[in-house]
Design a protein around this ligand. Structure first.
Ligand SMILES: *Cc1c(COP(=O)(O)O)cnc(C)c1O
Length: 357
């Protein structure tokens, strides 16, 4: 079969090396003669994977020593609740930059007092709000660094007068992050770090233990920190594939190398969107995401939407239908998506233009 160009918003395309190693491990994990799907998580061979995975996260993101890295189930969506349970005592502030940010806020409001300090719903979340005040009496301020559905991104680590908590589901490991600016960072692995089924959390230890409520055992970050993410059975296979994905990332040069490549991919695609009279970008230019590139047919060309989807599908380009709340197209340029994939999409846009001018 000829190469399929995968632009899925999540689960993401994964590096071939990680897929190949995972296939081998399904047959025989670490020379044990047992499949990774059947291996006990209470073995030294499995401990080695957990240790390596944590160490790779710490190395790739230069995570300071006073932070813990844990792996959980339930997706980023369950983290919306975890965050409120573990951090919300009096009140919290949220930056409402899209559907996921809004869902995070809603979960916190079910636990205590939480509100949006700023919101970009007035223009269908096509920008990142600026110039708002962060009150100094908040327990924490929650942001969503990359808005997967709208293609907007907070690309710098802000100075925040209160503990800063970030959902980085869809841009973690795509660029360098100053982890020391955050009290905690979390996300579902399936956008950039691995397959679905595992959730990562990076937590500064001294930010925990400050709320008075009872925290259910499974929802208490300290449970998972104390038990090295194995209080109960971890998502073994998902962690295995994530570890292999991180090995690949380190092998190609780590965060600075992937960031340069991601920037090049995004610049190439945005340049074509801005040049091509048939298409127009939806996010404000200064807030454009380097991970999720959203665009629609230019005014007057709306009727070409389905035709372009069929045109690209015939060229094995998949996953570019935009989220229903924005419409149009979205190409997700996660780490494993390469320049060849981006070139295939750009060529398709150029050939489509020739057919319609
Ligand atoms: C996909 C996504 C989520 C939801 O992740 P799940 O793991 O499916 O719960 C949350 N936040 C952001 C920014 C996302 O892109």
């Amino acid at each position: 079969m000829s190469k399929v160009h995968i632009f899925n918003a999540g689960p993401c395309k994964l590096p071939q090396q990680a897929l190949d190693r995972s296939i081998e491990a399904i047959k025989d994990f670490a020379g044990t003669g047992v499949s990774v799907l059947s291996i006990s998580h209470r073995t030294k061979e499995w401990d080695a994977v957990m240790d390596e995975c944590r160490a790779q996260w710490k190395e790739l993101l230069s995570i300071p020593d006073d932070y813990e890295v844990i792996f959980l189930g339930g997706g980023a969506s369950l983290q919306f609740l975890y965050v409120a349970f573990n951090y919300l005592e009096h009140k919290a502030g949220y930056l409402d930059t899209g559907v996921w940010a809004h869902k995070a806020l809603k979960e916190a409001q079910g636990i205590g007092q939480a509100s949006a300090l700023a919101c970009s719903a007035d223009r269908n979340y096509c920008y990142i709000p600026k110039g708002y005040e962060i009150p100094s009496d908040l327990d924490y301020f929650h942001i969503t660094t990359n808005n997967t559905i709208y293609g907007t991104e907070i690309k710098t680590d802000m100075d925040c007068p209160v503990p800063l908590i970030a959902d980085m589901s869809s841009d973690i490991l795509s660029r360098r992050v100053d982890v020391s600016k955050y009290a905690m960072i979390y996300g579902g692995a399936q956008k950039n770090a691995g397959p679905a089924g595992v959730t990562f959390a990076i937590i500064r230890r001294d930010t925990l233990g400050k709320v008075s409520r009872y925290i259910p055992t499974m929802l208490d970050y300290r449970t998972h920190i104390d038990k090295l993410s194995m209080f109960n059975t971890p998502p073994v296979f998902s962690i295995f594939v994530m570890n292999e994905t991180l090995r690949w990332l380190r092998g190609i040069g780590g965060i600075d190398a992937i960031h340069a490549l991601n920037q090049q991919k995004a610049d190439t695609l945005y340049a074509e969107i801005d040049r091509n009279p048939l298409f127009t970008g939806t996010a404000d230019k200064e807030d454009r995401s380097i991970m999720n590139v959203c665009f629609v047919p230019a005014p007057g060309y709306e009727s070409l939407q389905d035709e372009f989807l069929a045109f690209t599908k015939a060229r094995n380009i998949i996953g570019i239908k935009g989220h229903r709340s924005v419409g149009g197209f979205r190409a997700s340029l996660y780490n494993a998506c390469d320049m060849e994939d981006v070139q295939a999409l750009v060529s398709a846009m150029q050939d489509f233009e020739k057919e319609h001018k």
